[in-house]
Design a protein around this ligand. Structure first.
Ligand SMILES: Cc1cc2nc3c(=O)[nH]c(=O)nc-3n(C[C@H](O)[C@H](O)[C@H](O)COP(=O)(O)OP(=O)(O)OC[C@H]3O[C@@H](n4cnc5c(N)ncnc54)[C@H](O)[C@@H]3O)c2cc1C
Length: 335
């Protein structure tokens, strides 16, 4: 099958996280007709926020850094638009022998009023079909139709971009001629259970971001209300270690809370039980940090299928941005 590209190419993008939205914006700005399909209600992927009354929790990425010149310039642009702000958390490390110790306060970038605001901003002006899970593709002649779990069928599209974690990309592509070796060679994504606790009054703990070392369950704790633009209600997000998350991957949120709530709230110095609790399981939370790979995407011109995502760019929000951007640029220069 060979896909020739007419001037107004129609592109379907599966996944409205940082990679998919970045790719979509770039292609649309260059005049392509783009439709994004997203299985969830929101458009932020793993940069997500949960609001429970007065308590707000960024239960995906808590923030991110910018290393490359290109991403730093993009971040400055988002700050100028008001959707991003610098967060200077009072940072600490906890170890069993020493307890809490101050650690360097590195600035991080956070969307406001919640991390999901960045996804909403990036989706502005794009056609996004929300709550539409795309079913596995099958080889088709000349163009692509997408079957949706809801029963619909969308297309034809000249190109399809898969912008999901590799564990979700592989089944989507399995029935096509797309070479899967690159995706299969990537290290598996790490799972992460998230526990969220909200209190009526502030905790006395003088830290906003704590890295836990050698704790059997806890990897990181974050005082969400210390970030700019959030409501003041005391809101903590606790990230469980990949190992403990894997052990309890099939547990329920209630059983995770029942198992860990008392111990972890005591660790944070809470003298009262939280007024509100919640939980979330990420099966594919983060990618083991690896060197950014070149190129940060995969593109099969004959099939008209591209693949991008954080896992191909080295892991993290910046990697997802770079991967989506570079795939779009490649598609535009090689079509
Ligand atoms: C708890 C946690 C902490 C993190 N901390 C950091 C951090 O400190 N710094 C950092 O840089 N990064 C961090 N990350 C990672 C960062 O959030 C991700 O690397 C990045 O957001 C991934 O973007 P992406 O576009 O590649 O994928 P995603 O954001 O996962 O987007 C993929 C989208 O595809 C959708 N999708 C999947 N399958 C289908 C389908 N069949 N049909 C339709 N839609 C589909 C999904 O719903 C999702 O919205 C963290 C992530 C988590 C979960």
């Amino acid at each position: 099958m060979s896909h020739s590209t007419p001037r107004l190419a129609k592109v379907a993008i599966i996944g409205a996280g940082m990679a998919g939205l970045t790719c979509a914006r770039r292609l649309q700005a260059a005049g392509r007709s783009v439709t994004v399909f997203e299985k969830s209600r929101g458009t932020a992927g793993r940069m997500s926020t949960r609001r429970l009354d007065a308590w707000h929790f960024d239960h995906g990425a808590d923030g991110f850094t910018a290393r490359s010149l290109g991403f730093t310039a993009q971040v400055e642009g988002w700050i100028a638009e008001g959707v991003l702000a610098r967060w200077q958390p009072r940072s600490a490390t906890w170890q069993p022998e020493t307890g809490f110790e101050a650690s360097p306060q590195h600035a991080r970038f956070v969307a406001q009023p919640g991390m999901s605001a960045l996804g909403r901003q990036l989706a502005k002006g794009l056609t996004v079909q929300r709550q539409q899970r795309v079913l596995p593709l099958a080889n088709q002649a000349r163009s692509w139709f997408l079957d949706l779990e809801s029963g619909g069928r969308e297309g034809p599209f000249h190109h399809v971009v898969i912008a999901t974690p590799q564990e979700q990309a592989i089944p989507l592509l399995d029935g096509t001629d797309f070479p899967l070796a690159l995706l299969q060679a990537q290290p598996p994504s790490l799972p992460c259970w998230i526990l969220m606790f909200g209190w009526d009054g502030p905790l006395a703990l003088p830290w906003d971001r704590i890295d836990f070392v050698d704790h059997p369950h806890l990897a990181r704790a974050l005082r969400n209300n210390s970030k700019p633009g959030r409501p003041g209600a005391e809101s903590w997000v606790l990230q469980i270690t990949p190992e403990a998350s894997r052990t309890h991957l099939e547990a329920t949120g209630d059983s995770m809370l029942a198992m860990l709530q008392t111990e972890l709230c005591q660790l944070l110095g809470a003298t009262e039980p939280p007024a509100i609790t919640s939980s979330h399981r990420w099966r594919f939370a983060q990618h083991p940090a690896v060197q950014p790979r070149e190129p940060s995407f995969a593109w099969d011109k004959a099939l008209g299928i591209g693949v991008c995502g954080a896992y191909l760019g080295g892991g993290g929000v910046e990697a997802a941005w770079r991967s989506g951007q570079e795939l779009a640029d490649h598609m535009l220069t090689t079509e």
